[in-house]
Design a binder for this molecule. Structure first.
Ligand code: ADP
Ligand code: MG
Length: 705
């Protein structure tokens, strides 16, 4: 037997078990070694019967005096009862529904049992203990015992039995971690850690194994992030001059004063832009914290230094809205703003030297692209259609991604790398500074690891006068009351959003479709009011028409699928109704809620749900948390903890979800590993000392790109 032996060649496994093991990802002997326990039972307290106290978890060794099966009173269950004695006393043991134990354990056998001591009618006993025949190689008792993730027919007991003898092979596994890292960070050898993670000698032994193997999971990711960051400082970017008079002009043109948080973050960006290597900064700010203006400020500085800027957003509606607000912001300065989506191209004619065909500011795509290439248009907004080889710039210096979590890594990278590089001319090979913005904060643990190459700024303050949105969970029985309340709001000419989770009929999920809901609201519930419908399958022109109607107040209610989620700004909308609220994640619900409370009037968010709130399920917890907190950062952390990193990151970004040992809640440890990565790369930037480690890091780079 060696590490590569297929498991079916091991005695006692065979084809049937091999198949089951395959579903656990175990095909060869080595896979057993890397099949880590899920948790442990500490049976290391070996004692005698006379000393066993109720409530304690102990291991006892004794001779079997009696063993017999009987039926439980309801006759559905077989109970096996045994009496053991160790010379200091006797103890009753019971097992349930394992009648075969009567044949496995015989009177006179020396057995070891491990479990919790209980007191029953003044007698101590043990129920369903782990047991094995006594030997000097205990696997299931008398020590800290591993509990594995199990599957049909593959129990922890069986796995222990298989894995224990294999562990002598761990010493054939080569440790790939450089000695100096192990020494400086006091890490156990890999073989030792692999042995101890299965059968630790004691708690300290286990803790050291976890430390080493957790380090192994994180270290390549952090090396990759830190390396990437170092790599970026070697790239070229166009440094943007900061001119105080110019900056003041911009700030003075605004109808409000910037919040301190906006000023702080703007200043961080100004410092970034001055560098001759590309910035890579994430701006986190809760819904409504005013990220757009900060982005516009950066764009303005870039344009005033004779360069161009682009902004990519996830939906066409949002692209059009940003286009409109940027046009307004830049109007006083005569700066041209272009829009490119999949279907259309718009250009606002504020420049005397450029003429559009009509007032609608429509322009042929080719013409717009020409103006961009010539450098006559300085600012371009658009959807992912901005990542297109036919869009070329004269001197692009800044690329911004709004609602960055809605894009995949590849799209963000493409914007930075491909559309960024001027393929011809003097700026060839120069990267734009890169800013991404999100209202869904990335939890600290991920910031330090997966997103380790990012600098992060936080707008941690809302503009003054913002109000809390009163949030209520509405169960089916209270639906009518909520409708009556909404009717009053509509009657005083305020507006209401209704979000529905799905567009297609799906009986199984029992969700109202938006179309159905639209009909129901317009015909049955609010016949006096005008209702509009918006969904992802509409044509852009139709969407725009509906959004326009709603923002002009021609519609009282807008029924929408989740396409509405990001960015839209309608100050007169004061009610947000979310149907099937339990279907959405916390962060997303918070985003929806952020669509209201943008004007002067008191606003409300109703979470319609069929969930039983009396039950303490994750869903009811989630909804209650949203009703209680308006803090997007707190909600995002909670969402992350409830749903786990896999879902948070999406399938694209693996690496993190493969973690078996490292805990993403352990920020201190993650910080330590990050420090180790920085230190190590300062000594061995190309990771030459360990090809295996280098290979692991490169795998992560690949997943990241
Ligand atoms: P988000 O961070 O969610 O993208 P926006 O940039 O859309 O937020 O800003 C929300 C609203 O707040 C906009 O109408 C914007 O004009 C306004 N706003 C931004 N900054 C301020 C400020 N400092 N004072 C008052 N209103 C502001
Ligand atoms: Mg925004």
């Amino acid at each position: 037997m060696n590490l590569n032996t297929p498991v079916e060649e091991l005695s006692g496994i065979g084809k049937t078990y091999a198949k089951k093991l395959q579903s656990l990802g175990i095909a060869k002997v080595e896979d057993f070694i890397f099949y880590f326990p899920r948790r442990y039972e500490d049976y290391s307290n070996i004692t005698s019967i006379v000393n066993a106290k109720p409530g304690e978890t102990v291991t006892l060794r004794g001779g079997v005096w009696q063993i017999a099966n009987r039926k439980a009173r309801n006759r559905r269950m077989t109970i096996t009862e045994a009496i053991i004695s160790d010379g200091t006393g006797t103890m009753k043991i019971t097992w349930f529904n394992q009648p075969f134990l009567k044949t496995s354990i015989k009177v006179g056998d020396e057995i070891v049992v491990a479990g919790r001591v209980e007191l029953n009618f003044n007698q101590i006993q043990m129920a369903s203990p782990s047991w094995e025949k006594f030997s000097d190689d205990l696997k299931h008792s008398g020590r800290i015992v591993p509990v594995y993730p199990e599957t049909e027919g593959v129990t922890s007991k069986w796995l222990r039995y298989q894995i224990k003898p294999i562990l002598k092979l761990v010493y054939n596994i080569k440790d790939y971690l450089p000695e100096n890292v192990k020494e400086k960070y006091e890490l156990a050898d890999l073989p030792n850690a692999l042995r101890a993670i299965h059968f630790p000698n004691n708690r300290l032994d286990l803790a050291e194994a976890k430390k080493r193997l957790g380090f192994d999971e994180l270290f390549p990711i952090l090396l990759s992030g830190v390396k990437q960051k170092i790599g970026m400082t070697k790239e070229k970017a166009n440094p943007i001059n900061f001119n105080e008079t110019v900056a003041k002009e911009f700030v003075d043109s605004l109808p409000f004063t910037l919040t301190n948080a906006q000023k702080k973050v703007s200043w961080e960006i100004i410092k970034d832009l001055k560098k001759d290597y590309p910035a890579n900064r994430l701006i986190q700010g809760d819904v409504g914290s005013g990220k757009t203006i900060v982005a516009a400020f950066a764009m303005y500085l870039v344009v005033k230094d004779n360069c161009q800027a682009i902004m990519m957003v996830p939906t066409e509606i949002l692209a059009r809205q940003h286009f409109a607000s940027l046009c307004k912001i830049f109007e006083p300065f005569g700066i041209g703003v272009g829009l490119v989506t999949g279907k259309e191209a718009l250009l606002k004619c504020q420049m005397s030297n450029v003429k559009c065909q009509n007032d609608n500011s429509k322009i042929k795509r080719e013409e717009l692209l020409k103006l961009i290439k010539n450098g006559e248009v300085d600012i371009l907004v658009g959807t992912h259609s901005l990542i297109s080889p036919d869009i070329q710039f004269k001197n692009l210096a800044l690329a911004i991604v709004d609602e960055q979590h809605r894009f995949g890594v590849d799209q963000r990278q493409a914007l930075r790398k491909e559309s960024g590089i001027a393929r011809v001319g003097p700026l060839q090979g120069v990267f734009p500074h890169f800013l991404s913005m999100t209202a869904t904060p990335i939890p600290r643990s991920l910031q330090l690891t997966i997103f380790g190459d990012l600098d992060v700024s936080v707008i941690d303050e809302l503009p003054p006068g913002r109000q809390q949105v009163t949030t209520k969970i509405v169960e089916s029985k209270d639906r009518q009351l909520a409708y009556e309340f909404i009717e009053k709001q509509l009657s005083s000419s305020r507006q209401c959003f209704v979000i529905c989770p799905l567009i297609e009929e799906s009986e199984k999920l029992d969700l109202k479709t938006a179309t159905e809901e639209y009909k129901n609201l317009s015909e049955n519930i609010f016949p006096k009011f005008k209702v509009g419908l918006l969904h992802g399958k509409m044509k852009p022109a139709e969407k725009e028409q509906i959004m326009n109607d709603f923002s002009l107040g021609n519609l009282n209610i807008l029924v929408s699928t989740s396409v509405i989620e990001v960015g839209v700004d309608i100050p007169n909308a004061v009610v947000m109704v979310i149907e099937g609220a339990e279907r959405f994640g916390l962060a997303q619900l918070h985003q929806f809620r952020g669509r209201v409370g943008r004007g002067a009037d008191k606003s409300y968010c109703f979470l319609f749900t069929n969930t039983n709130l009396d039950l303490d399920t994750g869903t009811s917890k989630r909804l209650k948390m949203l009703a209680q907190s308006q803090d997007g950062f707190k909600l995002a952390e909670a969402d992350f903890e409830i749903r786990g990193p896999g879902e948070f990151l999406g399938k694209r970004q693996h690496g993190w979800s493969d973690f078996k040992i490292a805990r993403f809640t352990d920020l201190k440890f993650i910080g330590k590993v990050r420090e180790a990565a920085e230190w190590y790369l300062s000594l061995d930037p190309e990771i030459k000392a360990s090809p295996k480690l280098k290979e692991r890091v490169e795998k992560i780079n690949y997943a990241r790109e």
